[in-house]
Design a binder for this molecule. Structure first.
Ligand code: FAD
Length: 270
């Protein structure tokens, strides 16, 4: 049911509305004095416009269509409509065999101009209606807020936790992850021995924290305080100043610390 709904909405009503509007415009154009064309029989012309719009909407009213492709769809459908309706169906209904001769085509030239014009106007109008519908659907929808998990610390503990969470996001878990660390490099401490022994250069024993993260965002700064009641951190983020970062879940991975301010505040709430 949902599949049928998404196939039909908004393309079918958009196509019909666009073709009816275009049908009225084209019909009125024919009645302009000195236009040199006959006004179509209104009843039959509007029924035709509704069917034309329904077919146009279903075939060319997809979300991914561009203005150009909608115009092309309208023009082509107008041409196909003329070939089928005027040169084939009406000949069959009159009991004759369609011959698709040039003489027959010339005799129905008025109708060709009308249907191609109908498609040329209906296509872009339908494109506008479909775009409007999707924009409304996007802005009108309420997107549920994802839980925000904040990891403090860019060492093995913090980056390891963030990477585990990243993997869950890759599998579809709907969460926001932010890693906050005052150091934006992950130091491979076991390799420090090599640096001390001059077998490794210092720059070869660290890697940017950002490079280890896929979905998690990174905030370079020092967490100054934690407010567990309000679920909020105060972060001194260098040139970006002091920021308040709300969280739903907090992972503190600040390494070995005896009595740093954030752990003290955290402990006081336990
Ligand atoms: C020379 C050496 C060799 C080692 N070799 C080994 C080994 O072979 N095997 C092993 O298992 N372990 C080894 N270790 C120990 C290992 O390095 C640590 O256990 C590990 O680094 C701890 O990781 P962590 O993420 O908990 O803390 P840390 O690595 O200390 O990371 C803490 C992070 O938190 C950040 N941070 C701290 N306070 C704040 C704040 N207020 N706001 C924002 N960010 C903050 C820091 O900038 C840092 O990025 C070694 C350690 C050393 C020194």
């Amino acid at each position: 049911m949902e599949r049928i709904r998404t196939m039909v909405l908004p393309r079918l009503p958009a196509g019909v509305v666009a073709a009816v509007a275009a049908g009225v415009a084209v019909g009125l154009l024919a009645t302009v004095p000195g236009g040199g064309a006959e006004a179509p029989p209104w009843g039959a012309w509007m029924v035709h416009a509704v069917i034309f719009g329904a077919v146009l909407g279903l075939l060319g009213g997809g979300r991914k269509q561009s203005l150009g492709s909608s115009l092309a769809a309208g023009l082509l459908l107008g041409l196909a409509d003329w070939l089928f309706r005027q040169l084939t169906l009406s000949v069959l209904v009159s009991g004759a065999v369609p011959k698709w001769t040039l003489a027959e085509a010339v005799s129905t030239f008025d109708e060709l101009v009308r249907t191609v014009l109908l498609g040329a106007v209906a296509g872009p109008v339908m494109y506008g209606l479909v775009a409007l519908w999707h924009r409304r659907a996007v802005t009108g929808a309420t997107v549920p807020r994802k839980p925000h998990i904040v990891v403090v610390g860019g060492g093995f503990g913090g980056v390891g936790a963030a990477r585990r969470l990243d993997a869950l996001v890759a599998r579809g878990l709907q969460i926001e992850i932010t890693v906050i660390s005052e150091s934006n490099f992950l130091l491979f401490t076991p390799l420090l021995v090599g640096v001390a022994a001059s077998t490794l250069e210092p720059r070869h024993v660290s890697a940017p924290v950002r490079a280890a993260l896929r979905y998690a965002s990174f905030l370079h700064g020092r967490v100054e305080s934690v407010d567990p009641d309000r679920r909020e951190l105060v972060v001194a983020a260098g040139s970006r100043g002091r920021q308040r970062v709300p969280y739903d879940e907090l992972i503190l991975a600040v390494g070995r610390c005896h009595d740093c301010s954030i752990c003290r505040e955290w402990r006081s709430t336990r």
